[in-house]
Design a binder for this molecule. Structure first.
Ligand code: SF4
Ligand code: SF4
Length: 206
């Protein structure tokens, strides 16, 4: 099992803390918050790509009482089925995350990067030099249209450095073998149903 612990856990928490700080800064500049939002974006379909986040999520999940874990796993199965059905119809799934209980995240402290950054406009430069722009959620886009006179100067979260740090952490967690291992591409439901990440046998340290 891949367990994020010690200095690597500390690095993960620093990355998440910085993400939250950067998000809060941009949200404050825009005067934007989730308060009163009629939507709940925890039903958005996202895939996640690191064992570091997967392992961190499991750190939180494994601390929940057994009865709640069983309830969440049953919801994760239903979520997974509904996503597969939507994909089968060539639709983008819109299914509530199994960790959302009565509108709130039961593992808020352990939620993933996308959950922490979804709302506000963001930009990132990929290793191949391509720049990706994220406009923020629908409600934040309305705020930007209303409040930003100059669309060239919209407050924007810069994700590049944070993603680089996450990639380095992932590589260290996987003992420098990240490039040799299968790529992670999992929804939160899949991360829960598959159990915590494991190092493939051929790559385990003896
Ligand atoms: S991020 Fe946007 S869509 Fe999601 S809850 Fe907040 S305001 Fe609503
Ligand atoms: S992990 Fe939490 S914040 Fe992220 S989608 Fe699920 S319920 Fe929402």
């Amino acid at each position: 099992m891949i367990v994020i612990a010690g200095p690597l856990l500390h690095r993960m928490e620093l990355i998440y803390q910085k993400m939250e700080n950067e998000y809060d800064k941009v949200a404050a500049e825009l005067g934007f918050s989730c308060e009163g939002c009629p939507d709940n974006c925890c039903d958005s379909y996202f895939e996640h790509h690191t064992c570091a986040e997967w392992s961190y999520l499991w750190l939180g999940f494994s601390q929940l009482p057994d009865s709640i874990r069983q309830e969440i796993l049953a919801r994760a199965e239903a979520c997974q089925r509904a996503c597969e059905e939507a994909i089968g119809r060539e639709e983008r799934p819109q299914v509530m995350c199994p960790l959302n209980r009565e509108g709130r995240c039961i593992l808020y402290r352990y939620r993933l990067m996308v959950c922490r950054t979804h709302g506000v406009p963001a930009v990132m430069t990929r290793p191949d030099g391509r720049t990706l722009n994220f406009p923020g959620c629908f409600r934040c886009q309305e705020v930007v249209r209303e409040r930003c006179q100059d669309q060239e100067k919209v407050p924007t979260m810069e994700r590049t450095a944070l993603l680089r740090k996450l990639a380095l952490l992932e590589n260290d967690l996987l003992e420098g073998r990240r490039h040799l291992l299968p790529k992670v591409r999992l929804t939160i439901a899949q991360m829960l149903l598959q159990g915590p990440p494991v190092m493939p046998v051929a790559h385990c340290r003896r």
